[in-house]
Design a protein. Structure first.
Length: 59
């Protein structure tokens, strides 16, 4: 899970058939009403993988 411009947070494992999990992440901001863009990624298990696969994005 990543908020645009911030660091990535690892969530708990979620099965493809049940893509629901209860993970919390706190993101700090100086804005009163920030515009939030959340991106969901799947970790690449390979040794030479540089980036994670993007699964979805919410704005």
């Amino acid at each position: 899970m990543e908020v645009e411009g911030g660091e990535k947070y690892r969530t708990e494992h979620a099965e493809a058939g049940k893509p629901v999990w209860e993970s919390l992440a706190e993101f700090s901001t100086n804005q009163i009403l920030p515009i939030i863009k959340i991106q969901l990624f799947m970790e690449n298990p390979g040794l030479l993988s540089l980036d994670d696969n993007k699964l979805g994005k919410l704005s």
